[in-house]
Ligand binder design. Sequence first.
Ligand code: GLN
Length: 476
Amino acid sequence: DKLLKEAKICLSNISALNRRLNALISVRPSESVLARLSEMTSTEPASPLAGKLFAFKDNFCTIDQPTSCASQMLQGYVSPFEATVLTRLYKIGHAIDVGRANMDEFAMGTDNVFSIYGPALNSLYSAPHSAGGSSGGSACAVSAGMCHFALGTDTGGSVRLPAAYCGVIGFKPSYGLVSRHGVIAFAQSLDTVGVLARDVPTVREVFNVISAHDPLDPTSLSNEVRQQLKRNTSRRHNERNGRYKIGIPLEFIVDSCSSDITNAWTIVLKKLLAQGHELYAVSMPEVKSALPTYYILSPSEAASNLSRYDGVRYGYRANVDRDATGVLYGVTRSHGFGSEVRRRILLGNYNLSSGAFKNHYIQAQKVRRKLQLAFDRVFSVDHPLEKPIKRDDQPTVDFLVTPCSTGTAPLLADVLSQKSPLDSYINDVLTVPASLAGIPAASIPWNTDDGKVVGIQVMGQYGDDDRVLDFSETLT
Ligand code: GLN
């Protein structure tokens, strides 16, 4: 009955708010949701997610609906297979979806403005504000109470940033824990399925259902490694007794941070100190190179991944054989992709071209490796998949606590009047380090005294996901 009541509230929020907020780009009819719910209560499946409602970003493949990545290129495309995470949520979690969530085209963006469906709006503000991107629809649907939780993807911050703007929890697990099978690729060495919800226990329940080995994803962690991670977690829980060493990485203090953000960060750190945790300033100079590294590697992978959209096998196809710009392939791709996606493809192909490859792509891979090692030196525990490394003199910590974004949600009008794409790229400066390192990171909403909401980011060692979630919960 409680579930039925909650479902009815979600459904009425969808019908009251979605037209304005544009969070969901396709909505499952209420009758269908309620019918599934009533089937469910009669069989009483044992899962904490049973009967909970969720939205999923439109880059998760389904078999009964189109999957468009908010692109003209995939209009009407229906996948022959279902994303493993959706299968797990339906079959093991017994959760019910309410529809597909808006996003930036092919998950490239930070404000959900690059979508053929138009922007998703932030439900916390009456004047149009950015919901964040690229999982803007997922964050908005959760914050507006349209569902209990949502799935997003985080390649360089796309779950954490919209979560921060919309005042919900956004969790990016360690790379390799959650299957990417059936998740349309943007940059596969970074793409990570993430969870958005209003409280940490719900995030944990979803994570427990979707974190599992999947033979269909070649980067999915094996069961043996997963067992090792579990043993590490329980040992560390006993050692620490709830008192943690918290690192403040100095390179995350950036000039572009607004005072709302730095003030909230300071207050959170003081609170942690008062709770008995130890704080340490740590330095990771490699973090300064994270943003340029991300904007070399992710477009390079994207250029390669998106080359499959050629107008021949599936998806959009221009209905002219040639125009002034070229022949079918080129015409299809320049009509089918939006401006930001085309920019990334150009950037990526340039980085992979023979003239630039060595100085850009290879160099960026080396910098990425150095950044990964910098995180390993800072965390007290070893990376479970790497040889133990020698740590230098600086203190080592359990978690790093930083802001998640440099500002609160911007006005949509300000986003739309940005002159350079770099204006939005710099918003990723605080989230891409964890993406390049593949480590777990969560954004936790923090309400300021003057009624604003800020996202505080918690990062932990690779595989320390459960402890990142437990610690994050103490910040709520
Ligand atoms: N804002 C970043 C980008 O545009 C991150 C996107 C993402 O994580 N999917 O590439």
